[in-house]
Write a protein that binds this ligand. Structure first.
Ligand SMILES: C[S@@+](CC[C@H](N)C(=O)[O-])C[C@H]1O[C@@H](n2cnc3c(N)ncnc32)[C@H](O)[C@@H]1O
Length: 314
């Protein structure tokens, strides 16, 4: 029996050895081909993706789109993920006191304004805005009759002061909250040479306050002098909502995208959100791309009123 079984065993062994040799040779060849291919593909994709390269019109290669899609899937759509829940809304009549308590230790920032060392550096009034008196403000205020307006991006207060006037004319008791770090943007003083800089402080906040004092609107216009991101998060946490929310801070896609998404969290359900520069070319029409993407993701229609975009959540 043993004798009988030996030849087949040897035969099998020889075949196995030959198969292994052949497979080894084959798989070695496959591995070599694969390595060569990945080098070629890696080289090609590296050649078509230059994140630091600047060009006038963005050209996005298929490889870039594919890797971006893979990355989005891998991070489980993190770019679209913003806080989903805010605190219960505080009553509109308590919004002002909430901000005074939370931001200003319970005291009005306008008390004893201007401080003596700042007073000589301010103009009685210095207002400059961009589309800040557009028809959209009156149109929306008449339509929404807001109790609370949140403005994201205020600068010298041109649009806030315009809204204060419009609400007053309609007999509304609207609280306008202005969110701005009052730093402007690097180099903005080139166009505002009359604004004084003190030890690197551009004093935008003081001139804005002076402008509000000048038109006697300190009761209706209050401000939160911090970064838009952290402030909108806090408003959400404190239950401070706006019936009307204007977004007009950073005008590049990413700033606008984040501001719009966070602003939406503090928009009262059924309220209206709007902003300037829907047609600006800056950052490859960054504001428009951000607004359109936001509307698409959330199922809203974008309306246009002059240079402004409007999203009505009703
Ligand atoms: C175009 S101006 C606002 C103009 C104003 N809405 C008007 O019509 O008169 C933009 C403002 O947004 C502010 N800003 C930009 N990015 C900001 C950020 N991340 N946090 C706080 N303020 C910001 C700047 O300081 C600047 O005052």
């Amino acid at each position: 029996m043993k004798e009988d079984r030996q030849p087949p065993f040897h035969h099998h062994h020889r075949r196995l050895a030959a198969f292994t040799r052949r497979s080894f040779t084959k798989s070695t060849a496959y591995v070599v081909i694969l390595i060569l291919l990945s080098f070629a593909l890696g080289y090609l994709s590296a050649a078509s993706y230059h994140p630091r390269q600047h060009s006038q019109s963005p050209t996005i290669s298929q490889t870039t789109i594919a890797s971006a899609t893979a990355a989005v899937t891998a991070t489980e759509l993190d770019h679209y993920r913003f806080r989903t829940q805010c605190a219960d809304p505080v009553h509109p009549k308590l919004v002002r006191q909430t901000i005074l308590d939370r931001v200003f230790n319970g005291t009005s920032p306008y008390a004893s304004f201007p401080p003596p060392h700042i007073s000589p550096l301010l103009r009685e009034s210095r207002i400059k805005g961009w589309g800040s008196n557009g028809a959209v403000f009156g149109n929306l205020i008449r339509k929404v009759k807001p109790e609370t307006i949140i403005e994201v991006g205020t600068f010298l207060g041109a649009s806030a002061i315009n809204m204060a006037r419009l609400t007053r004319e309609l007999g509304l008791k609207t609280q306008i909250l202005c969110v701005d770090d009052f730093r402007g943007w690097p180099g903005f003083l080139d166009r505002f040479r009359e604004l004084k800089m003190v030890n690197g402080d551009v004093m935008l906040m003081y001139q804005f306050m002076q402008n509000v004092v000048h038109v006697n609107s300190t009761e209706s216009v209050l401000f939160v002098p911090f970064q838009t991101g952290t402030t909108l998060e806090k408003l959400c946490e404190w239950g401070v909502f706006g019936d009307l929310v204007e977004v007009d801070a950073g005008h590049d896609f990413h700033s606008a995208w984040i501001d719009i998404n966070r602003a939406y969290k503090v928009l009262r359900p059924g309220g209206v959100m709007f902003g300037h520069d829907y047609f600006t070319a800056a950052d490859y029409r960054g504001v428009r791309r951000a607004v359109n993407l936001f509307a698409k993701v959330n199922g809203f229609r974008v309306k246009v009123d002059g240079q402004h975009w409007v999203i009505d959540s009703a």
